[in-house]
Write a protein that binds this ligand. Structure first.
Ligand code: FMN
Length: 325
């Protein structure tokens, strides 16, 4: 399949693996890229720019296909060493960067002058237009269904994607709730030129996370995610567990007076405990409603090949069939 997204990133299939904290290690990115998609290493999971450089080098040993790096711009007071991470990306000759969070304008000139294509993740049309105006090459439009941070507008992809198509000139991928060939064909129909998946890629053989995490996703239904930190305007969609229900209870009791310190136990330092140690009750971790559509743990190649062949069947068989009738 050829779209502006496959052309932009030099990939075979219009499928991107979104940056994921403590999931987007070299093994994940290499497996997706080897399967013809665009794998992404999560920059901030690497504690220092030097560690990121090593992770990129490890990934290059596992694939000769293009892969990217996610840079998430946090609103925190203690800013990570972003100039150092950008330098590590440029020194390694990476050609694709997925940015997320705060406005990436400041980082576009050094990246783009070195030939890096930048795709910014946005949860609204307004932010997507801003990304286009500052010169991003593409947008990842992240609907309310998504795992992680869906923003505060709560617009699901059935509305958000066609709205993005009405407004944007640069290409965009659909993100949030994407799992299979049906997702891809629907996203293309609504104006996207590919899709970005997070949760679906965690339940794959190569995802370098504890088996418990994969089994939890397969066991979960579309009813099992919760929105936390809404009162802090930092909404995150997570898989429910005892810690998440405790957190929600605190939000209810403390109301608008809640502070980050009140929920520290449920959200701080959770990712390594979940993803590496498989302690599934350790706290809140991002997971999409799409868990309800995930029933197996294939390899990334099996997953992507299945998506592409079934997409063709849907387009040539089911959809064309309706016209013929
Ligand atoms: C466990 C997990 C961790 C994530 N961490 C990040 C992150 O560090 N930075 C980021 O930009 N997005 C992050 N995301 C969001 C994904 O890149 C992607 O946008 C999202 O998962 C898409 O929704 P889906 O899960 O329904 O496919 C994370 C998602 C998950 C599930």
């Amino acid at each position: 399949m050829k779209t502006r997204i496959t052309e932009l990133f030099g990939i075979q299939h219009p499928i991107i693996q979104g940056g994921m904290h403590f999931v987007g290690f070299a093994e994940m990115a290499a497996a997706v890229s080897n399967a013809g998609g665009l794998g992404i290493i999560t920059g901030l999971t690497q504690r220092t720019p030097e560690d990121l450089a090593k992770e990129i080098a490890r990934c290059k040993e596992m694939t000769d296909k293009p892969f990217g790096v996610n840079l998430t711009f946090l609103p925190s007071v203690n800013q990570p060493d972003y100039p150092g991470y950008v330098k590590a990306i440029l020194d390694a000759g990476i050609k694709a960067v997925e940015t997320a969070g705060n406005n990436p304008a400041k980082w576009l000139p050094p990246l783009q002058e070195a030939g890096v294509k930048v795709i910014h993740k946005c949860t609204s049309v307004r932010h997507s237009l801003k990304a286009e105006a500052i010169g991003c090459d593409a947008v990842s439009v992240d609907g309310f269904e998504c795992g992680g941070h869906p923003g505060e507008d709560d617009v699901p992809n059935m509305i958000l994607l066609p709205r993005a198509a009405e407004e944007l000139k640069i290409p965009f991928v659909a993100s949030g709730g994407m799992a299979d060939a049906r997702s891809l064909v629907a996203a293309l129909a609504m104006g996207a030129e590919g899709m970005n998946m997070g949760t679906r890629f965690i339940a794959t053989k190569e995802a370098p996370v504890h088996e418990n995490v994969k089994l939890a996703i397969v066991a979960a239904s579309e009813l099992d995610t919760r929105l936390v930190m809404r009162p802090l305007r930092n909404t995150e969609r997570v898989l429910t567990n005892a810690a998440v229900e405790r957190l929600l209870q605190k939000e209810k009791e403390l109301g608008p007076n809640i502070k980050f310190e009140d929920i520290f136990a449920e959200v701080a330092g959770v990712y390594p405990k979940i993803m590496i140690d498989g302690e599934m009750e350790a706290g809140a971790w991002s997971c999409g409603m799409v868990a309800g559509l995930i029933h197996d743990i294939p390899t990334c190649k099996e997953l992507i090949d299945r998506i592409m062949s079934e997409a063709e069947q849907i387009i040539r068989g089911r959809l064309e069939g309706f016209l013929a009738a």
